[in-house]
Design a protein around this ligand. Structure first.
Ligand SMILES: [Zn+2]
Length: 100
């Protein structure tokens, strides 16, 4: 298990059999009581939070790109429909003009 030294906050790694015992911190040399309940080490928390933040940012970016693609498709469809109407109108007008 891993825990932080209460004196210098160094991440210490000890055997689970040493839980509840008092060990010497290799960094600051102070006696440290090994906690029975493992507090999640602070560096690991921030790393996980950073990973989560990166994941969320990626997700948001992907969603934005997806929305943009959908907008582009809608724009193309609208443009195609508009072009079709214009061509149809010209064809109809031409047909009507040829009647006279
Ligand atoms: Zn220490």
């Amino acid at each position: 298990m891993k825990f932080n030294c209460m004196h210098c906050k160094t991440l210490l790694s000890i055997h689970s059999t040493e839980v509840g015992s008092i060990v010497n911190c290799p960094k600051c040399g102070n006696l440290v009581e090994v906690p029975t309940i493992t507090p999640t080490p602070a560096p690991s928390i921030s790393a996980d939070t950073e990973k989560l933040a990166v994941c969320l940012t990626d997700l948001i970016t992907e969603t934005e790109q997806g929305n943009k693609t959908m907008r582009d498709i809608h724009l193309m469809l609208a443009f195609g429909l508009g072009l079709f109407i214009v061509v149809l109108a010209i064809y109809v007008a031409d047909s009507i003009l040829q009647l006279f």
